[in-house]
Design a protein around this ligand. Sequence first.
Ligand code: FE2
Length: 377
Amino acid sequence: METTLLQPDLIRETNADFLPLEGTDYVEFYVGNAKQAAHYYKTAFGFQSLAYAGPETGVKDKASYVIRQNKLTFVLTTPVKANNEIADHIYKHGDGVKVIALKVDDATSAWEETTKRGAKSYITPKTLRDDSGEIVMSGIHIYGDTVHVFIERKNYNGVFMPCYREWKSDYNPAETGLLYVDHCVGNVGWNQMNPWVKFYEEVMGFRNILTFDDKDISTEYSALMSKVMSNGNGFVKFPINEPAEGKKKSQVEEYLEFYDGEGVQHVAIATNNIIETVTELQKRGVEFLKIPASYYAEVLDRVGHIDEDLKPLSELGILIDRDDEGYLLQIFSKPVEDRPTLFFEIIQRKGAKSFGKGNFKALFEAIEREQAERGNL
Ligand code: FE2
């Protein structure tokens, strides 16, 4: 069993960072109906209306709704006609993450540094201007049809970006305590984890901070392998999963089949109070994986003392894990579309910098119960 945890801040001192990242700027989803998706994320997750672009703002072929909660920004985009890249993406993958946008100080340099190291260009650097200033954006392809877009917004003070107008709504459900993207996980194909680890190392200057092999992450039936990639300052973390041989089909294989390729498996969102956040999300209809009662009978023996009462954690199905630096609380939603593809994780870190290895077995058994109900195990 190989599990290693290196500190990103230590790594930074020994390597000049050729791709300084200030964090996740936004996550853009291609969806079948952006108007309804925006309503769902506002109602169920407590996002606030921020900006809109579409035919009314001079964008002819698509409509995009931008919603925000603290530092977490989602863009929900839908095509308004057939026969274009967005429509084709939805036809093939269903609703899913297209863009993980990264905030940079210099989007031109980010594009040059990554493309010269082998990244395939998605958007050559371009400047968008309006009365509020300018944004420089560029982009590169990553796994599947997913892309990174680099956003330089230091000379912009508008609501989101040129071409967008402020979206003021009379319907504003309260926030639920979601703060920012903690990490964003990609599922890649058989034997593709290491090539993508190499991509993040060589093209993006990331480091592998944590490795889980199939002995860490396996149940009686299915297995996966995972490596966590982090940028220099640790603001941006991308675990990469690939399936491993098990007796039956693993959750990563199920994803690859229904997404019809590689893509984002889950977006983990941070909160400072997971009990309050998840209580509210459940009240609003967000569905989470159910955890067996036996998990809570043993968990404190494994993780030791925690500040929270166990009762609300067990009622909500929140998982607990500990590493050398502290502990973390996490919970996983069911897939948020009919295909068993994208889901969300809600995470509260209390010192721990890891990803919940101790929970994998309980969690995957819960996922497998869901898979079995879909007939995919
Ligand atoms: Fe996660």
